[in-house]
Design a protein around this ligand. Structure first.
Ligand code: SAM
Length: 391
């Protein structure tokens, strides 16, 4: 999910989402939190980025995630998943935000090869159009396992097995704050500006107000090193609440959270004083969340320290934290490139390997955080690197 350039043109059609957001902001007296704006821009029923039927993933969409690069990511992840499932008496898989369904198809096929095929593969997806795409991908790529896949309408109770969320946390709406040099904290929200030149579309702008006590005390707890200047960043309250709800779901097993982000000291580093919000539109990354609401992805990096603390607080054990590159190498990703395969296939796998593991690609920025419940075994994905003590 990268490639930094400015977005090119202004909007044409967002199915009325801008009007919906504008009306909402007007009803709220001219201001709403960025969290609410992001919620609507990504998930407004039928109109949001993830709920409005756009291509999103892959070459025809806006960004490429690890499972979309090819099969190598699923092949390696399957090693870790199989290890956990084999240690449990019975266990299933639960994938959140399964995207195009590529990871599910790849995992099901490889888990069969590894003799660890679970009876059910649960998918928790927020809205309908992605479910249809996942059905299609799994039916095409893992047809004989299709009957094992169950799309959930609500979170299961007493789940036992492995939970996977690849690039899901970064798609959860965040609150944006600005701490002033004086120490006062503002919440950066969204207001309405004039219509775009040449169109009737309302446009949105940053608008601040004094932070409420919850946000203000969370920001003060970060103890930011502000050197006479203001500092802007985000806090992912929704992601923290999601971790708590996950703790209610998982009775036994592990959670693998894979996403881009940093430990807290790096996340709120003095140099990162504009936060980590990032938008993706047709393979261009930029920083304007008000460009084409509903047609571009909006994300924030993950503060893995905050996620780990929330997890611990909710009753999870912390089982491992490593860069994606180190995690995949520990699961034996290098062995997944057969030396007797045709050269073309080897080259293609080598390309995937580079993208997934090299430090300047996804290898370093992406991390894997593993949580556990009633599961005391070491995870082989962290054999080469486990940086839990640095969180
Ligand atoms: C960047 S996409 C990643 C998709 C896929 N995991 C992949 O790697 O290609 C983010 C996904 O997370 C989903 N998502 C966000 N919040 C979610 C939640 N609370 N429960 C389930 N899915 C969620 C979105 O609907 C979207 O499908």
């Amino acid at each position: 999910m990268t490639s930094i350039q400015a977005p090119v043109e202004q909007k044409v059609d967002n199915h009325g989402l801008s009007d919906e957001i504008r009306r909402f902001i007007e009803q709220k007296g001219g201001w709403t939190s960025f969290e609410q704006y992001m919620q609507m821009a990504l998930y407004s029923p039928g109109r949001g980025y993830y709920t409005g039927g756009l291509a999103k993933f892959g070459a025809a969409g806006d960004f490429i995630t690890a499972p979309e690069l090819g099969n190598l990511f699923a092949l390696s992840l399957a090693i870790q998943v199989a290890e956990i499932l084999n240690k449990l008496d019975h266990g299933a898989l639960l994938e959140f935000g399964a995207g195009s369904g590529a990871l599910a198809a790849g995992l099901l096929n490889e888990l069969e090869v590894l003799g660890a095929l679970p009876e059910t593969y649960l998918i928790q997806e927020l809205r309908g159009d992605l479910r249809a795409r996942q059905r299609e991908t799994i039916n095409e790529g893992a047809r004989k396992h299709f009957a094992r896949v169950v799309w959930l309408d609500a979170l299961p109770a007493n789940f036992c097995g492995v939970v996977i969320a690849n690039e899901v946390l970064d798609a959860m709406p965040v609150r944006v704050f600005e701490e002033q040099a004086s120490g006062s904290v503002m919440e950066m929200g969204v207001g309405i500006s004039d219509t775009s030149p040449g169109t009737d579309e309302p446009t949105f702008c940053w608008a601040h107000r004094e932070a409420d006590p919850v946000l203000a005390s969370a920001v003060h707890a970060l103890n930011l090193q502000i050197d006479g200047q203001s500092y802007r960043s985000e806090i992912a309250f929704q992601a923290l609440a999601w971790i708590q709800s996950l703790a209610q779901v998982l009775e036994q097993g592990a959670v693998l959270l894979i996403d881009y982000g940093f430990r807290q000291a790096e996340y709120y580093h003095p140099d990162r004083d504009q936060g980590t919000l990032m938008c993706h539109y047709q393979h261009r990354a930029h920083a304007d969340p008000f460009f084409k609401p509903g047609q571009q992805d909006i994300t924030a990096h993950i503060d893995f320290t905050a996620i780990a603390l929330a997890a611990k607080h909710a009753g999870f054990g912390l089982a491992g934290y490593a860069t994606q590159g180190a995690f995949l190498l520990s699961t034996g990703v290098l062995d997944r490139i057969p030396l007797d395969a045709p050269v073309k296939q080897q080259l293609e796998l080598a390309q995937q390997l580079k993208k997934l593991t090299l430090p300047h690609e996804m290898g370093e920025l992406f991390k894997v955080l593993a949580l556990s419940k009633d599961y005391a075994f070491e995870l082989s994905g962290f054999a080469q690197q486990n940086h839990l003590n640095r969180l």
